[in-house]
Ligand binder design. Structure first.
Ligand SMILES: Nc1ncnc2c1ncn2[C@@H]1O[C@H](COP(=O)(O)OP(=O)(O)O)[C@@H](O)[C@H]1O
Ligand SMILES: [Mg+2]
Length: 1045
């Protein structure tokens, strides 16, 4: 969690909430993501166990509130990709697992939203991953911040300043192959859009001594090796160098010029490229390298030979003088002499061998150190935010990154370690001030009873080091500056005198028996907040003096090399004021740094190194416990958990959990504080589990919150279901409404369409009816526009009706009545149709039927409307013969050939005289008719002799065949009766061709009985057929009336 004093308390609480919730979502994963959630938060073992668990799973980041603890994995992890950056961008702390990007993003967003400058303090011991962390943060900003072409160039410079600074300021040490040997504070400036627009770097205390000396297993600064390995031949020639690090004493003190993990050649390429990005011209580079090459030459004396105790210069002065642009003799002179000003007089005294070596080393260190500062300035120029579009007064927002050396404890600790550890003391002080104190202040401001947490405030140690007149630094300065023979040991004595009673100070002399064993005589011990460190006073004075003999300085001022001249100018001869000692300079710069940091909202990244062997996956518990301790992590955690593990503003707490209580759901009308009180009461919080402050609720144990959160998660489901249901309902209603309105649209369209169609139809119909009526009115006129429709319609209707009702056969005489206009056509059609039917009919008639019809026609012409029983004969077909051949006596057949018999019928013959009825057969042949009685042919009537045939008009079957009777041989007329009189007479008339000779008589028929004697047949109507001889001698025929003609 982030603490920013009372002022920023509310915001700190907000972050705490975020962090806590992050842990809530993640507590089921490996270990806990936030140490705050450790049940046994006071146990260092469980703290380390949690670190171990997570480290084993490559989870290198864990929070303590909003402090990020990072364990160096010593291998590349797949967690720094662009996707990862995107995932952490703009997201709340708690939503994702702990990550350096989360911290970066949080700072960035705080800066953007609150307009307050931020700083990220990265601490940890050498090799713990501080520099890597700062690079990751820069990369994160470079990728995720808004960009433009101009911004891109700034971004490149910010990123590229790193390799350059690392080449000049980093070196391989025992702990880290790329150890930063200077402290770095870098401001990244952002404009109002949040785009990086510039930067500024402050550097702290470069470890210059490394230029002339390295411990075993360590190297000089990378740049020397890089130039020797990577520089091209011409460059080396110009610099007078050989491509072999072994040739240079300053480079091989640690006996490891070559390191497998470092590729100096490639690094050089990178550095060279980076230099050009940050505005170094090739002449700048050339000049810079000329300066850098110097120490190499300087370091290579063929040991200053003793010459009457005084030193001589045997090394390559011409080369150095050329590179530095200092006249050879001047330089040579300066290297082996010392100029002292005493009582206004300049005294020059020769140096002995030791002094000369010291002077030389001092020169090498001074040149390198000052060049490094020059380099930082030059980079700053390149990073300077120089946009003319902003007004003079425009001040960009800043995120500062502090990557400074961590606490160092070696076997032998010197002035550098003293400074470094002092620096860490100060940072811890800052951390305590800002974190622990603000925590306490928050409780106070909330009116919560504070149960004091015992934490160690290291101010006492800071004071021990830095207090005016009484502090270690003051004493050291005093020793350095006082006239007389001050030595490191007198300094130690002075210390014992002045601060000997300080509880955090100890020397051999002051210690008890037991402690003495652990302290050297020339050592003093400081009990740092992180642990005890013994400092060896040897070299303290010299290092603090950082002395460069005046004549060497003067020589440098005359340099032809621009960089050297610039480096040595300001502190030149004119500046007669006493120069500040190294420690005071450092103290002052730290004080400035503290001021800078205090003015910003800090975030912390605490780096831990898992083992000394730079090995992946190795978790060295002892080492880690030590770091956990001196980083003050347990203390940090303890305070975080001291009173209450969790706090949150009433409004926010209520907002999140109000669903859990009926009184607060959906809205609490009263004061938020009362709402929270109601809510927690409903939730059954015990009084000791929580406290209500002025604006916040404080919850003591994570488990209380977890239970609430769990309940909330459960409740969320119900609420989600309700919301879902509401939403679905709403959605469906919308859908339904849409469908409905669509349906209505379609319907109305369709109805409209139908309506229009109906209207059109009606209109057409009305139009038709109107035309029809008009036509009807004018129907009598010839076809004209007024009646044409009607007339046409009538015609068409008639023709259609005719088509449907045409007579089907010739007998069907029906025919539709035509309209007057069509009567002629109708008549023609009727004829045509009739003819057509007749034709069809005729085509179908067989020969037999034809014969039948012909006979019928004859019958018709003979009897139609003339004889009563004719109509009855019409429907009966005429048969070929009424008597079969076998019914005719064979004797008769002998006389009459059977083939010639065309028709035979049984008849009744009435005697001419007595009118007796006798059965006979009448056979008709083509030439004659025969009257047969059994086997006898009684009478043959040749047709030539047949004079006529008479019948009555009544329905009787009587007929008379008139034959000639000129002589007596001839019998008279034959009176016969046939049941089929029409058929018989028709056949006979046709066979005898006597159609015209058939007479139909009304009333009576006369016939010849014999020559000269006539008989009469009287025919009358009666009820039944009676044929008998009447009293008057006539043959009386009474026939029933069948038809009335
Ligand atoms: N996050 C990381 N991922 C992978 N390797 C890392 C990480 N942090 C540090 N390292 C490794 O550890 C080495 C030392 O890290 P560095 O940042 O230089 O330490 P410091 O600056 O604290 O001294 C790096 O060179 C790198 O190999
Ligand atoms: Mg570093």
């Amino acid at each position: 969690m982030k603490f920013r004093g009372a002022r920023a308390g509310a915001q700190g609480g907000e972050r705490a909430r975020l962090a806590m919730e992050g842990a809530l979502t993640a507590r089921d994963r490996v270990g806990v993501q936030d140490f705050v959630l450790l049940e046994s938060f006071t146990s260092e073992a469980s703290f380390i166990e949690n670190l171990r668990k997570r480290f084993r799973e490559s989870l290198i980041y864990t929070y303590i509130g909003s402090v990020l603890v990072s364990v160096n994995p010593y291998r590349e992890l797949e967690i720094y990709s662009r996707q990862h950056m995107e995932r952490y961008r703009g997201i709340n702390f708690y939503e994702v697992s702990p990550h350096i990007y989360a911290v970066s993003d949080n700072s960035y967003r705080s800066m953007r939203s609150e307009g307050k400058d931020q700083c990220i303090l990265i601490s940890g011991e050498s090799g713990a991953g501080k520099t890597e962390a700062s690079k990751k943060i820069l990369q994160y900003y470079a990728v995720t911040c808004p960009s433009s072409t101009r911004v891109e160039s700034v971004r490149d410079r910010l990123l590229q300043s790193n390799p350059v600074l690392e080449a000049f300021g980093n070196a391989k040490t025992l702990r880290n192959d790329n150890s930063s040997r200077f402290g770095k504070y870098m401001d990244v400036q952002f404009d109002f859009r949040g785009a990086p627009v510039g930067g500024h770097i402050l550097n702290y205390l470069l470890e210059k001594s490394r230029v002339v000396h390295q411990n075993h297993g360590e190297r000089n600064f990378h740049i020397f090796y890089q130039v020797l390995e990577g520089g091209d031949n011409e460059l080396l020639q110009r610099l007078g160098l050989e491509r072999n690090a072994q040739s240079y004493q300053y480079l091989v003190k640690g006996h490891c010029a070559k390191v497998s993990s470092i590729n100096d050649k490639n690094e050089w390429k990178t550095v060279h490229r980076a230099l050009s990005v940050i505005d170094f011209s090739s002449s700048d580079i050339e000049e810079l390298l000329s300066v850098v090459a110097n120490p190499l030459h300087l370091g290579n004396p063929a040991v200053p030979g003793p010459e009457d105790g005084n030193a001589t210069v045997t090394h390559d002065v011409p080369c150095v003088s050329q590179l530095l642009g200092v006249p050879g003799p001047t330089l040579k002179e300066a290297l082996i002499h010392r100029k002292i000003i005493a009582k206004g007089e300049e005294l020059i005294s020769p140096l002995n061998v030791e002094q000369a070596a010291y002077a030389r080393d001092a020169l090498a260190k001074a040149i390198y150190g000052r060049t490094f500062s020059w380099l930082v300035n030059k980079i700053n120029e390149s990073l300077h935010h120089k946009d003319s579009t902003y007004s003079e007064n425009y001040r960009p927002n800043i995120i500062g990154l502090l990557d400074i050396y961590g606490f160092e404890v070696f076997q032998n600790n010197s002035f550098e370690q003293f400074c470094i550890n002092y620096c860490n003391e100060k940072l811890q002080q800052l951390f305590i001030e800002l974190t622990l104190k603000s925590e306490q202040e928050e409780y106070e401001s909330e009116g919560i009873a504070w149960e004091p947490v015992l934490y160690f405030n290291n101010k006492i140690i800071c004071d021990l080091v830095e207090e005016k007149h009484k502090g270690v630094i003051s004493i050291l300065d005093e020793e350095c500056l006082r006239p007389g023979d001050a030595t490191d040991l007198t300094f130690l004595e002075k210390l014992e005198e002045t601060v000997g009673s300080h509880p955090h100070f100890m020397t051999h002399k002051l210690a008890d028996q037991k402690t003495r064993k652990t302290l050297g005589r020339e050592e003093f011990r400081l009990l740092h907040y992180a642990g005890e460190v013994n400092y060896n006073v040897t070299g303290f004075l010299d290092k603090n003096n950082d002395l460069l003999f005046r004549n060497l300085k003067e020589a440098m001022c005359e340099s032809g090399n621009r960089i050297v001249r610039q480096c040595f100018e300001p502190a030149g001869r004119e500046d007669k004021r006493r120069r500040e000692t190294a420690a005071t300079q450092f103290k002052n710069s730290l004080a400035k740094l503290m001021e800078i940091l205090m003015s910003k909202d800090p975030s912390y990244i605490r780096c831990i190194k898992p083992n000394d062997a730079k090995q992946a996956g190795r978790f060295d518990e002892v080492l880690i416990r030590h770091q956990v301790k001196y980083l003050g992590l347990m203390e940090n955690l303890r305070v975080r958990r001291a009173g209450f593990a969790y706090r949150r503003r009433f409004e926010i707490f209520l907002q999140r959990y109000k669903t859990l209580c009926p009184q607060t759901w959906p809205n609490w009308k009263g004061q938020p504080g009362e709402g929270v009180a109601t809510l927690v009461q409903h939730l059954g919080y015990k009084p000791e589990d929580y406290k209500l402050g002025r604006t916040k609720i404080f919850i003591r144990f994570p488990k209380t919150l977890f239970a609430t959160e769990d309940a909330f998660q459960l409740r969320k489901n119900t609420i989600a279901t309700t919301i879902q249901a509401e939403w679905r309902g709403y959605h469906q209603r919308q859908k339904y409404q849409k469908l409905r309105s669509s349906a209505i649209t379609i319907q109305s369209w369709w109805r409209g369409e139908m309506g229009r169609q109906v209207a059109t139809r009606r209109k057409n119909a009305a139009e038709k009816i109107r035309r029809f009526i008009k036509g009807f009115i004018h129907r009598q006129r010839p076809r004209c526009p007024d009646n044409e429709y009607f007339v046409d319609y009538v015609r068409c209707a008639f023709l259609m009706k005719l088509k449907r009702n045409l007579p089907k056969n010739v007998l069907d005489k029906s025919w539709p009545v035509p309209p007057p206009a069509l009567s002629e056509a109708s008549e023609l059609l009727r004829e045509l149709h009739m003819r057509n039917m007749v034709q069809i009919y005729c085509r179908r008639i067989s020969a037999e039927w034809k014969q039948q019809l012909e006979q019928k026609v004859v019958a018709s012409t003979l009897f139609k409307d003339k004889k009563d029983n004719y109509p009855q004969s019409v429907p009966k077909l005429f048969v070929n013969s009424r008597i079969m051949t076998n019914e005719i006596n064979s004797k008769v057949l002998q006389i009459i050939e059977s083939d010639s018999i065309k028709y035979a019928v049984a008849v009744t013959k009435y005697d001419r005289n007595g009118y007796r009825a006798r059965p006979r057969q009448l056979l008709i042949t083509p030439s004659s008719a025969f009257l047969v009685e059994e086997a006898k042919v009684k009478q043959t009537i040749d047709y030539t002799n047949l004079r006529g045939i008479s019948v009555s008009s009544l329905s009787d079957g009587l007929f008379v065949l008139h034959v000639p009777c000129e002589d007596n041989r001839q019998k008279g007329d034959l009176v016969l009766r046939s049941d089929h009189v029409i058929e018989t007479l028709t056949k006979l008339a046709i066979a005898s061709d006597k159609v015209d000779s058939v007479n139909i008589n009304q009333g009576s028929i006369k016939f010849t009985i014999k020559q000269g004697k006539e008989g009469i047949i009287d025919c009358t109507w009666g009820s039944e057929l009676i044929i008998s001889k009447a009293k008057n001698g006539h043959l009386s025929v009474v026939a029933p009336r069948l038809n009335s003609r």
